[in-house]
Design a protein around this ligand. Structure first.
Ligand SMILES: [Zn+2]
Length: 355
């Protein structure tokens, strides 16, 4: 029987935070961990070496995008995602359920899966729970996610409950199929249930009974107010098994990361640090600042005096501002390095404070 090991090394005496290590085929991940997003098998604007310099331990790629382009056959020819993109550390892949709902046209959900049209060329495609496990095994993802339905914010309770039923049936199919395959790749279940606490509870109970090695909370950070997001993180985290890794999908702002860690969440991912970098924004203390500002024109100091990232060690705000205004692509690279490094370092600061 394949072993999926998650060790909790320390529990905070101040709050629900824990220090853990998650053992994957491509190495150990020390948790809590922020995971930068590389949707198309690249963290936009960075080489793998630059990503390593930000102290990232794992990256996240996307099954929906990669199965449509370049396609599973091309990825398999490379021997999987790690060798294709020259990243030897762990990779987590999202199942693609979320993207089918947010990007594709003309989708049709039935009891066994989702048929949809590619947003790239309109080609018809279909995801079933087994198919997305096969795709992710073909990618050789260290951590695979099950196919689920991410219910939109503001959806009615009856629709949310209907979606949840399918999510649960699919989780059961995925689990059975994954167990049969006897692979070293982890498989996480995803708790859904929208913004109805009783449905969230039902979802956590049902999925826990299936005994997955790890659990995610999905369907948050989908446009709800911040207080509601915080309530749901705080109330859903304790519903998940104590001894298994817990992942909140789609959060990456410092205030949300802090709350998640305090509530015993081990993993989180978000496109925000990379996306805002490409729009000229960088993290500084509690704020996001735009490098375009006139006050930086002659500012020879780094983005942050206390940051040890490659960007802050070598470049001034004045230079990065010039690159951004001149539309030089290096501006995106330098700001992305800083933003990811900032969040990784922020997790370290929280750990130092909580343990
Ligand atoms: Zn920096």
């Amino acid at each position: 029987m394949t072993q999926y090991t998650f060790n909790i090394k320390k529990q905070s005496i101040k709050n629900g935070a824990r220090l853990g290590e998650l053992i994957t085929p491509h190495g150990i991940i020390n948790t809590p961990v922020f995971m930068p997003v590389g949707t198309q098998a690249t963290v936009k604007s960075l080489t793998p070496e630059q990503l390593l310099s930000t102290n990232s331990q794992i990256l996240l790629a996307n099954t929906y995008h990669l199965s449509l382009r370049p396609g599973i056959d091309v990825i398999k020819q490379h021997g999987g995602l790690h060798s294709m993109m020259n990243w030897q550390k762990p990779i987590l892949t999202d199942s693609g359920g979320y993207q089918v709902f947010s990007l594709s046209k003309r989708r049709q959900v039935d009891a066994h899966g989702i048929t949809f049209q590619s947003h790239i060329n309109g080609d018809k495609a279909r995801f079933t729970p087994k198919h997305v496990i096969d795709l992710q095994c073909g990618f050789n993802s260290d951590i695979m996610m099950v196919l689920d339905i991410c219910t939109a914010y503001g959806e009615s309770k009856s629709q949310t409950a209907q979606d949840l039923l399918l999510t649960h049936n699919w989780a059961q199919d995925s689990n059975q199929y994954w167990l049969e395959k006897q692979v070293p790749n982890w498989c996480f279940a995803i708790v859904q249930g929208g913004f109805y606490m009783d449905l969230r509870k039902e979802s956590a109970e049902f999925l826990t009974s299936l005994n997955f090695p790890g659990y995610a909370i999905g369907g948050l950070s989908v446009g709800e107010p911040k207080d509601l997001l915080h309530d749901y993180i705080a109330n859903c985290a304790p519903l998940l098994p104590q001894n298994k890794p817990r992942y909140v999908m789609g959060i990456g702002l410092p205030e949300n990361i802090k709350l998640a860690i305090e509530n015993g969440i081990d993993m989180f991912d978000c496109v925000i640090p990379t996306r805002i970098a490409r729009h000229g924004q960088f993290f500084y203390e509690d704020a996001r600042i735009n490098i375009k500002k006139e006050i930086f024109k002659n500012d020879l100091s780094p983005l942050s005096d206390t940051c040890s990232c490659y960007t802050c060690q070598h470049f001034s705000k004045s230079y990065i501002r010039h690159l951004f205004i001149a539309k030089e692509i290096l501006a995106s690279t330098l700001l992305t390095i800083h933003n990811i490094h900032f969040l990784n370092n922020y997790v370290e600061i929280l750990k130092a404070d909580m343990f």
